[in-house]
Design a protein around this ligand. Sequence first.
Ligand SMILES: Nc1ncnc2c1ncn2[C@@H]1O[C@H](COP(=O)(O)OP(=O)(O)OP(=O)(O)O)[C@@H](O)[C@H]1O
Length: 239
Amino acid sequence: MPVSLHEDGALVSLSGVARVVSLPGRAPLQILAGVDLTVYPGDHVSIVGRSGSGKSTLLNILGLLDVPSAGEMVFGTEPVERMSERRRAAARGASVGFIFQQFNLLAERTALENVMTPLLYARGRQFWQREQLAGAMLERVGLGKRLQDRPARLSGGEQQRVAIARALVRSPRLILADEPTGALDIATGASVMALLAEVAAESGAALVTITHDPKVAALASRHYLLQDGVLEPGRQAAA
Ligand SMILES: Nc1ncnc2c1ncn2[C@@H]1O[C@H](COP(=O)(O)OP(=O)(O)OP(=O)(O)O)[C@@H](O)[C@H]1O
């Protein structure tokens, strides 16, 4: 079942969220502390922070891959602490699209098969029309003539565009991008990021990007800085 929106219109909200991990024989490690963040439909949020500041941990929590150790999180209308693991997986599949630095495409599958993969877990029209929907999404990211190519035959920028098509093919309400341009040269990264922001905006989805790159962060409309697990409003970087 896709996510419904909270009455204040929020897609996901975190209040006082902490993440602590226990390591055998060592003191518990606090990765996130007191994180407050609300994401609305159509939002474009950037989170910058040094390596090890907790960015991926925060993204994993936003995307229901991980859960807070303390604090409150509401995904749509559902308090996350009351969601079973199965419910979190279903909500993640229907409502969240992930984009990673290393593309994470399946090497043995064509571009079309890669983009169809999330639709294998969908129901109804999304399942039955998966080939057509995946083809249309690849067309949208400019790869309509590369449907049968495997990742090894595509450039880095093209592979990331396949990954964008795969992340968006189920029309997620929330798109989470973890260093989406980190493996690309500057010009390719800029065009891929512009495309991602454009297709996300077209679909009305919220886009949360974590990045080291001020130019990528500058495309967002709201900016945050994560420092040692503490999230603060950030200044807009110059484009
Ligand atoms: N499950 C875990 N067990 C132990 N330590 C962890 C775990 N997950 C994350 N950490 C530690 O928490 C800190 C934050 O990790 P995280 O991956 O969220 O940082 P990041 O800001 O995304 O870093 P980078 O930019 O290098 O990817 C790091 O010091 C990491 O080693």
